[in-house]
Design a protein around this ligand. Structure first.
Ligand SMILES: Cc1cc2nc3c(=O)[nH]c(=O)nc-3n(C[C@H](O)[C@H](O)[C@H](O)COP(=O)(O)O)c2cc1C
Length: 305
């Protein structure tokens, strides 16, 4: 290694799951003579509850999707510049979690992000494509360069986690009755180490940090069934989010009334639109093959599947 490398790891986790994922990712880089790692845990000024109350959980969605986060505590960096920033985040309503959005929008963060390579590390249920689109544009606004993305999702299938993840968020219990456990499998958390090893290798061999770093490593897996649902979800959240904020300006209780209506509408939508769009997609697959492949490649960038 030609000189000491400074790495900044940024994260915000409620249950500690993302923290463990991030720690596994950076483990190979720790206690290395020429590598300094600084872990910045973002602190919201007012802590978000965990477990969440039903109303507060859903009521955070308008500001989350419209990227109007609650404030975070001032950021403290030990260095002025870093060789690499690892941004570990969870997804809230197809968007980055509010504390991560607040970080990316802050002037302090923009200074360290400018002209710096960034790797995103996502730990979520399974719907992260639209959140990453938002993170990509925030990183672009900060003039930083996204070189890699690693994603780990919940272990159970789409339908089981549609029940188990919200139950975990609302009760604090990862395992309820006979349902499979919510959250990311332990083996997947351990697997994140592979990517830290690759970064260490790149530094040791004095290779340039660019988008080749995680190529061919299976850093992300694109579920093509979810591409259409995520796009439909993003549109719905955006329109209803705007409407709910307007309703709140009339009166907070009016906002809640419309929110409850939307929750019912949303559940019906998910139970019908998601399987329907998956069915349409599988029927049209032969015709859409090239388009779907191109979209999959786009969403898999910059790491590739
Ligand atoms: C308010 C809220 C909304 C969420 N929305 C999504 C989502 O849209 N897509 C998804 O894959 N996971 C979603 N999740 C799950 C989180 O991404 C994450 O897996 C979970 O909160 C555990 O993260 P932790 O490390 O902060 O505890 C949501 C969680 C919360 C609290």
């Amino acid at each position: 290694m030609s000189q000491t490398k400074n790495i900044l790891l940024v994260s915000y986790s409620q249950t500690g799951q993302l923290t463990r994922l991030a720690e596994s990712f950076i483990k190979p880089l720790q206690n290395q003579k020429d590598i300094n790692i600084e872990h910045l845990h973002i602190s919201p000024v007012k802590a978000y509850p965990f477990p969440w109350g039903f109303t507060q959980f859903f009521n955070t969605f308008p500001e989350t999707v419209l990227l109007k986060p609650e404030p975070i505590e001032p950021l403290k960096f030990k260095q002025e510049k870093y060789d690499l920033i690892i941004l570990a985040y969870t997804v809230w309503f197809l968007s980055p979690s509010q504390p991560i959005t607040a970080f990316l929008q802050s002037e302090q963060a923009k200074k360290v992000l400018k002209d710096t390579p960034v790797i995103t590390l996502i730990g979520c249920r399974n719907m992260w494509l639209m959140a990453q689109e938002k993170v990509k544009s925030l990183l672009k606004e900060a003039d930083s360069q996204l070189i890699g993305n690693v994603v780990k999702v919940d272990q159970s299938n789409d339908w089981a986690s549609f029940i188990t993840t919200p139950l975990w968020m609302l009760t604090g219990k990862k395992k309820v009755g006979n349902l499979p456990s919510a959250g990311i499998a332990e083996s997947e958390i351990q697997d994140a180490e592979r990517f830290g090893i690759k970064i260490l290798q790149s530094f040791s061999e004095n290779q340039a940090l660019d988008s080749n770093i995680f190529r061919g490593m299976g850093a992300v897996k694109i579920d093509e069934k979810l591409m259409m649902s995520e796009k439909a979800g993003r549109r719905s959240f955006y329109l209803w989010g705007k409407l709910l904020i307007k309703c709140g300006q009339i009166s907070p209780s009016f906002r809640l009334f419309v929110l409850y209506f939307y929750i019912v509408f949303l559940i019906i939508l998910i139970l019908t639109v998601v399987p329907l769009s998956a069915l349409i997609k599988s029927l049209l697959k032969p015709l859409l093959k090239n388009k779907l492949e191109a979209q999959k490649r786009y969403f898999a960038e910059p790491s590739g599947e």
